[in-house]
Structures are given as structure tokens and as C-alpha cells.
Design a protein around this ligand. Structure first.
Ligand code: ASP
Length: 426
């Protein structure tokens, strides 16, 4: 994401968040609560609507571009299978880790049940829909998840944000058909989607420019709604800690164990070598922007072959986001806990599936996965408005999850490189 002004966007968002909180408290003191709800909060809703608006086209182009980029490397199909397999494996691990932590720590449960219900009441419109969906999920056959993925009409699927999985299915189907057609016969469509993707990313850029104001409006509305409720902020603090624990779990436990099992790489050395990429990831919050540094460190310092670096890492930026999927699982369950929505085992498994898929579809840009979180929430009937709760503290968590995303790519590249080298050594 471009930031040509002096103050970085995340600082502005943080300022917006604090000012919004401050304004909310002040408004309560000055009796301007109604004014805030009538004249300021709606701007927060406009910001949220913009995010929702961009979700369907974003998913569509990201999936099509992600899958069709594979054709360029058809020679590397063996490495391709291994890469995708490992990427999926680490993402699923990360999602389960996130789910485990959020269910153990229960950050949203620190928020009183009655208040959760109150909050739910305020979002009634969307909740009615959502609980209807949740009810249908509960009553239907276990295979209903699969049935629901296949739309009978693409236009109606695209017209309802709760049917994002159907869009993903159609996009994947479309892209696979494109890949199966002879090389060269789909060039126009391919470049169309590349350009389309640039436009969508630019639109997200523009929406994110408005984020400080959106977050200000959302925060002030939240504070007024909850009359400066400290419990909500305690719950948010616990949520932040849960996400951080999940991300640290990946860096300090899961990745070292994977490196230890699959390679003879010295883990400390690996981390020393990947540190520059991690720092860039932390400060840019964009794994796509970090890619050149990740490639350089992997090639020059970790000694991964050029061939593997140039295939595995760019693909990873598009499809492998372990930090993002862990965070999405935690965020979705946290919001459900705050709203006091019970999530069945099927619902939790749906969260795993959608978090994995939507992390694959998330662009590697700051806040790229916020829009995608809508899919996870909608798929299990959690009100999308819950996003407002976590947006304010998203940026620092985004910085950390981007570090995990980048590290995950480098770990998989190392494993594949060492594995390939051991084959040629035989
Ligand atoms: N900022 C993340 C990345 O670039 C994506 C996200 O989780 O929002 O990897």
C-alpha cells in the first residue's frame, strides 16, 4: 500500500482510534451521545460498507490470479505439489493453533453475557439473517457445507456477502479451466485479471486512506453505545494477547519444529538470516512489499536455490498466510464470544475451512485480510458488524501476522530446497 504522506497510515489509524475513544467519552460527559450516534457513527458504517463492497471482486480476482499464475511454472509440477501441500499444511496448523488458543483463553467471554446480548440487539438486522443461517447450519446434513459451496446461480451468489465461499468456488473453477486451456489461448483474460487486480488494490488503498476517519467514527460510536464500557476494552486487550500468543506460537514453536524435523538447518541461524525480512514485514505490514527482501535473504543467506526461491516465495506471498489464518480464526471466535453466539463443532470446522481459504485469497498488503474476514464471519452466521470491535487494534496485530506470513514462506522454501538437494545428492 502506498504511503506518500509523511505520517504512516497506521499511525493515523491509531490516532483516529484514540481520538474516537476520547471523543466518545467526552460526548458522554457533554451529553452529545445522540449527536455522535446520529452524525458521526454513520461514517463508520460507510467505511465498513466500503470494505464489504470490495470483498466480492477482491476475492474473485485474487483467486483467479493466484491459480492461473501456476501455469507459468508447469515444469515445476512436482515442486508445485510439494509447495502447495506444505503451504496448506502450515496454514491449517496455524488455524488450529489459533482456534485452540481462542477457545482456551476465551477473550470474548470477559465481556458480560447480558452486554453481549445488548450489543447483538443493536445489530439486529444482520443478526436475524445470521442466526437464521446458523440455525440452518445446525439442522442440516453434515454434507450441507459442501452443498452450500456450489452455487446454483453466480449472480445471486455475488449479491450476498454471506455466500463468499460460492464465489471462491466459482473463481477457482474458472481459474482451473483457464489453466487447462492451451497456453496462449487465455492471455487476454489473464492480463485483464491482472489489471483488474491492480484497480481493486488501488481501491482498497483509497478505502484505507479513509480508515483513520472510519475508525474514529466506529470507536466513538462504540464508546457511546457502551457508555465508556471498560469491559469491552478489557476483552479487546485479551483478544490482542491471544492473537500475539498464536503468532508467537508459530514463530517460536511450530516453525522451529518443522525445520528440525524436515531439514538439518540450524534454527538460530535461520532466524538470524531471515530477520531483515521480518523487520521489513513488521514495518510495512505487507508481505508483498517484503518479497524482494525475503528472496534476497533466502537466496544469499539461507542458500536456497534460485529456482526454488523464484517459484516458492512469490507463490507464498499470494497463497501462504499462516499468521493471517491464525488471526482470522481467533478474531471470528472472539467476535462470536462477545456476541454470546455458541459455535458448534461444525461451525468451528467451517471457520478452519474458511480461514484457510480466505487467507489464501488475502492480498499481501496492510489490512489485506480484514475484508476477507467477512467471509469467515458470514460463513458461520457471526454478524459482520463485529469487525468494528477489532478494527481499532488491528494494525499492530497486522504487523505481527505479516512477520509470521513471511517467515512461513521462508520455512517452506527452506524445507523444499533441502529436500530437493538431498535428492540430487543421492
Ligand atoms: N498484511 C498481511 C500481509 O501482507 C495480510 C493481512 O493479514 O492483512 O501478509
Amino acid at each position: 500500500m502506498k504511503q506518500n504522506k509523511k505520517m504512516p497510515l497506521y499511525v493515523k489509524i491509531l490516532i483516529g482510534m484514540f481520538l474516537g475513544g476520547f471523543w466518545g467519552l467526552l460526548a458522554l460527559k457533554l451529553g452529545l451521545g445522540e449527536f455522535t450516534l446520529d452524525w458521526i457513527k454513520p461514517w463508520g458504517t460507510v467505511f465498513l460498507n466500503l470494505l464489504k463492497l470490495i470483498a466480492v471482486p477482491l476475492i474473485f480476482v485474487s483467486i483467479v490470479n493466484g491459480i492461473t499464475s501456476l501455469t507459468d511454472v508447469s515444469k515445476l509440477s512436482r515442486i508445485g505439489f510439494k509447495t502447495i501441500g506444505l503451504y496448506l499444511f502450515t496454514t491449517v496448523l496455524a488455524t488450529f493453533l489459533g482456534l485452540f488458543l481462542v477457545n482456551q483463553i476465551e477473550p470474548g467471554k470477559t465481556f458480560p453475557t447480558e452486554k453481549g446480548k445488548e450489543l447483538l440487539e443493536q445489530f439486529k438486522g444482520s443478526v436475524e439473517n445470521s442466526s437464521k443461517n446458523a440455525q440452518t447450519v445446525k439442522e442440516s446434513s453434515p454434507l450441507q457445507v459442501i452443498v452450500d459451496i456450489v452455487p446454483e446461480n453466480i449472480v445471486s451468489a455475488a449479491s450476498d456477502n454471506s455466500k463468499m465461499l460460492q464465489i471462491i468456488f466459482f473463481a477457482a473453477f474458472f481459474a482451473i479451466a483457464m489453466v487447462l486451456l492451451p497456453l496462449g489461448s487465455t492471455e487476454t483474460v489473464k492480463s485483464f485479471f491482472n489489471e483488474f487486480s491492480n484497480i481493486i488494490l488501488r481501491m482498497i488503498d483509497m478505502i484505507m486512506e479513509a480508515a483513520p476517519f472510519g475508525v474514529f467514527a466506529l470507536m466513538s460510536g462504540l464508546v457511546v453505545d457502551f457508555s465508556g464500557d471498560s469491559e469491552l476494552f478489557t476483552a479487546l486487550g485479551f483478544y490482542g494477547i491471544t492473537v500475539i500468543l498464536g503468532l508467537w506460537g508459530m514463530i517460536f514453536f511450530v516453525y522451529p519444529v518443522l525445520l528440525w524435523i524436515f531439514t538439518s538447518t540450524n534454527v538460530l541461524k535461520f532466524y538470524k538470516n531471515i530477520l531483515p525480512a521480518q523487520l521489513v514485514a513488521f514495518s510495512t505490514s505487507s508481505s508483498a512489499a517484503t518479497l524482494p527482501v525475503t528472496m534476497e535473504q533466502c537466496r544469499e543467506k539461507i542458500g536456497i536455490s534460485n529456482e526454488i526461491c523464484s517459484f516458492v516465495l512469490p507463490l507464498g506471498v499470494t497463497i501462504n498466510m499462516d499468521g493471517t489464518s491464525a488471526y482470522q480464526a481467533i478474531a471470528a471466535v472472539f467476535i462470536a464470544q462477545v456476541f454470546d453466539i455458541e459455535l458448534s463443532v461444525t461451525a468451528q470446522l467451517t471457520i478452519v475451512l474458511t480461514a484457510v481459504l480466505s487467507s489464501i485469497g488475502s492480498p499481501g498488503v496492510p489490512g489485506g485480510s480484514i475484508v476477507m474476514l467477512i467471509i469467515v464471519l458470514s460463513s458461520v452466521g457471526i454478524p459482520v458488524e463485529g469487525l468494528a470491535l477489532i478494527l481499532g487494534i488491528d494494525r499492530p496485530l497486522d504487523m505481527l501476522r505479516t512477520v509470521v506470513n513471511v517467515t512461513g514462506d521462508a520455512v517452506v522454501a527452506t524445507i523444499i530446497d533441502r529436500n530437493e538437494k538431498s535428492k540430487t545428492d543421492l
